[in-house]
Design a protein around this ligand. Structure first.
Ligand code: ATP
Ligand code: MG
Length: 745
């Protein structure tokens, strides 16, 4: 059998990794060196050459999207080349997914032994926060002194470390004592309500294997081959789980790059890479040193930045590609000017014959997207936010899902609380509080509590009537949708609950958008196919879990990743964190300024600063052909005007890699402009046309009503000339120059 196609497009080191005999393997290599590619080829090799059944392979990816992509690439690779065409179909039986997805699948399969309800509910981060708040209230803790968010992150980090409350020693430290108290109470509620947060998925999956030798043995036999991408971002509990599962017989291929570890704040441990060769016996380490993604200058810039970190494992990256174009650096006057510049550059790039989806705009914090989105909308450029305001996180969608959850399980307290009075049906906060109190006293669910309070006439007649209407509604829906398809079910629920009307009637465009989103949810139900999901359950289980349950689970797990329009030709917007593993011909890194990137919370802490630098390295290495970096001299953040300098990371880029985009020379810079010694650019499309007006870009002006500001944009000619001014107190405004009566400062 000719299997050369599995090795043809690989270099020597990659071939060595792909064709290695069954053993533990650590592939340690820099960005764009083909790590993910090696992983996919390795799986194909195992199937094709070693005759390993896809059934025996588990592959762990960092996102569900990456899992889908991996399956797709693998099928492409095997398609037409397999003698046994059944194997392609069989590749579906391979487990590909995130740690969380795989853990969920294990919990679903073994819910009984884990003492979970069969339809246990996954708490996302919002639900979790609400629950923590409730716990704090019950414990009568002052929220200002004990912010629920802090308690939430305490709980999560304990879980990431595999720590259950009973094993934590708080000592006499009052902080630790209180946190532990919250954690203990929180866990109690989760346990009795069958609620599982993200950390719990991992923790339970670990305990499942640890405490049940027969189950462990079953999975060890089933999965002799385990492959993990983005290994540098595994946390303690994921690593521990992997070790248990692999035991002494499993072959683990771990692929990672210490320079791209960017989830330390979520418990990821770079040290896991160093530990790997000790813990996974007889492992061989492969290093890949050739980058196939980026041009020479982009790579040089990335290397220039990352070499400022200490304690790296040390890898060389080189490329055979030419230097390519230098990086561009644009100093914007403010965030609006930055967005405008990016949009113009995008238009130029597309005019040159490129597609929109070859472009990514990366930023440090999610809040930056709004101004960029507005600029794109103004120019009618399609864009997609990857992992940002995600579909399943939107208010109206969560409301609708809560109704669906209640249909599946009346005792789902989180869902119950969310919709008992949404849309408003005259059930006040006080009544809800009474129901809650009664539930606590009686140790029952909110649903049961409400029912009993109605039956036993504990509530006032008015409250009782309103609550009863709600209970009846849910029951009716349960009966009426028994025979419905998933999308009919969703449609009936959003219409009959009044939710659709309620959101549609919200003021302005918001109402419209919310109604559209709800319609989109029905579409999503229609298109739902459990077999498409990386998190699909086994064939046997699929038969007993209702489609609605599977849909709800996949909605919880998929939150945090882009859903819609994956295949449209659109500009991709995302945080630097979400960009990991991806590549784009053209990349914009926006807001590369001190206090934003590195983040102001990290600048003084050497470890966190290094993580920020790795994030910068990740950002730079996403670019294949052209990278543009921008920063704003003034930026409105959290409601105030900030004057930030260019990021230290930009200064770490060797100056011969970068060229500054400047406006025409006669345009003066506002005071405080930080001159850099970069190559002079030539970018005619960016020249500003305000100079005939007597004003110039960046000029400080004052307006009778709006106060002081700076000019950020000119538009139109002569009498029609309009000017955009960013006012210190009023934000950005467009004014007709003729009538604005601006005074130069
Ligand atoms: P990251 O660290 O960003 O996750 P990576 O190491 O996983 O990157 P890949 O995404 O696998 O890198 O590969 C980067 C690019 O280089 C891809 O477009 C891939 O197809 C290409 N590539 C990898 N190896 C080769 C090769 N031997 N010949 C040609 N192209 C290659
Ligand atoms: Mg990769």
């Amino acid at each position: 059998m000719d299997v050369s196609y599995l090795l043809d497009d690989l270099n020597d080191a990659q071939r060595e990794a792909v064709s290695a005999p069954a053993c533990n393997q650590l592939i340690l290599a820099g960005a764009g060196s083909g790590k993910t590619r090696v992983l996919v080829h390795r799986i194909a090799w195992l199937i094709q050459v070693e005759h390993v059944s896809p059934h025996s392979i588990m592959s762990v990816t960092f996102t569900n999207k990456a899992a889908r992509e991996m399956r797709g690439r693998l099928e492409d690779l095997l398609d037409g080349n397999l003698l046994d065409s059944n194997l392609v179909g069989n590749s579906r039986s391979m487990w590909v997914g995130t740690f969380h997805g795989i853990a969920h699948r294990l919990l679903k399969a073994h819910w009984k032994i884990l003492n979970l309800p069969q339809n246990f509910q996954i708490l996302d981060s919002d639900d979790q926060l609400r629950l923590v708040k409730r716990v704090c209230q019950t414990l009568k803790l002052d929220e200002t002194k004990w912010p629920p968010r802090q308690a939430q992150s305490y709980i999560n980090s304990q879980k990431d470390e595999g720590q259950r409350p009973q094993y934590i020693q708080a000592g006499g430290d009052p902080y630790a004592v209180t946190m532990l108290q919250i954690y203990t109470a929180y866990e109690e509620i989760c346990r009795s309500g069958g609620l599982v947060d993200f950390g719990e998925l991992l923790l339970r999956a670990h305990e499942l294997l640890l405490n049940n030798p027969d189950i462990l043995q079953h999975y060890q036999r089933r999965f002799p081959f385990i492959l993990v991408d983005e290994f540098q971002d595994t946390n303690t509990i994921q690593y521990a789980w992997l070790r248990v599962l692999a035991g002494n017989t499993g072959c683990v291929t771990a692929v990672g790059d210490d320079d791209q570890s960017i989830y330390g704040w979520r418990g990821a441990k770079i040290e896991n890479i160093q530990r790997f060769t000790d813990d996974f016996k007889q492992s061989q380490t492969v290093r890949l040193e050739q980058n196939y993604r980026s041009t020479g200058l982009i790579l040089k810039a990335a290397n220039g930045v990352i070499q400022n970190n200490f304690g790296r494992l040390g890898k060389e990256l080189r490329t055979d590609a030419g230097d390519g174009e230098p990086l561009s650096l644009y100093a914007a006057f403010n965030e609006h000017d930055e967005a405008r510049f990016i949009v113009e550059s995008i238009q130029q790039w597309v005019k040159e014959g490129n597609r929109y989806d070859s472009i990514a705009i990366l930023y440090r914090s999610n809040a930056q997207s709004r101004v960029l989105e507005e600029a794109l909308l103004r120019e009618n450029i399609a864009y997609r936010i990857y992992g940002g305001q995600r579909f399943y996180d939107r208010l109206e969608i969560k409301n609708a899902l809560s109704y669906l959850r209640l249909l599946v399980n009346n005792n789902d307290d989180t869902a119950f609380e969310r919709v008992i009075n949404t849309p408003t049906r005259g059930i006040g906060g006080k009544t809800v509080e009474q129901i809650r109190l009664f539930a606590r006293q009686e140790g029952c669910s909110l649903w049961d509590s409400a029912q009993r309070m109605v039956d036993e006439k504990i509530l006032t007649p008015r409250a009782s009537g309103a609550v009863n209407v709600f209970l009846q509604l849910i029951r009716q829906l349960q009966v009426q949708t028994l025979e419905s398809s998933l999308d009919e079910q969703a449609d009936k629920v959003i219409k009959q609950s009044g939710l659709y009307e309620f959101h549609k009637n919200e003021k302005g465009e918001k109402g419209q958008a919310r109604a559209e989103n709800l319609e989109e949810l029905v579409n999503a139900c229609r298109a739902f196919n459990p077999n498409d999901l990386a998190t699909q359950t086994d064939q046997e289980q699929q038969e007993d879990a209702p489609l609605l349950v599977q849909f709800l689970d996949s909605a919880s797990l998929d939150a945090g990743e882009g859903q819609a329009d994956e295949f449209d030709d659109a500009v991709q917007l995302m945080t630097l964190h979400s960009a990991k593993g991806l590549e784009f011909s053209r990349v914009f890194m926006a807001g590369v300024e001190e206090n934003l990137f590195p983040h102001r919370m990290s600048a003084d802490d050497p470890e966190r600063l290094e993580e920020e630098r790795r994030l910068c390295y990740v950002g730079i290495t996403r670019a294949m052909v052209k990278l543009t970096i921008s920063y704003a001299e003034t930026r409105r953040m959290h409601g105030t005007e900030n004057f930030n300098r260019v990021s230290r990371f930009v200064k770490e880029i060797p100056s011969d890699c970068i060229s500054e985009v400047r406006l025409k020379t006669q345009i003066q810079r506002p005071l405080g402009y930080n001159k850099q010694s970069y190559k002079k650019p030539s970018n005619a499309s960016l020249q500003e046309k305000g100079e005939d007006s007597g004003y110039y870009l960046g000029q400080k002006v004052t307006h009778a009503m709006f106060g002081d500001g700076a000019i950020t944009h000119f538009e139109g000619q002569e009498n029609n000339m309009r000017v955009q001014v960013n006012f210190v107190n009023e934000g950005s405004k467009w004014l007709v120059l003729q009538y604005a009566n601006l005074q130069a400062l």
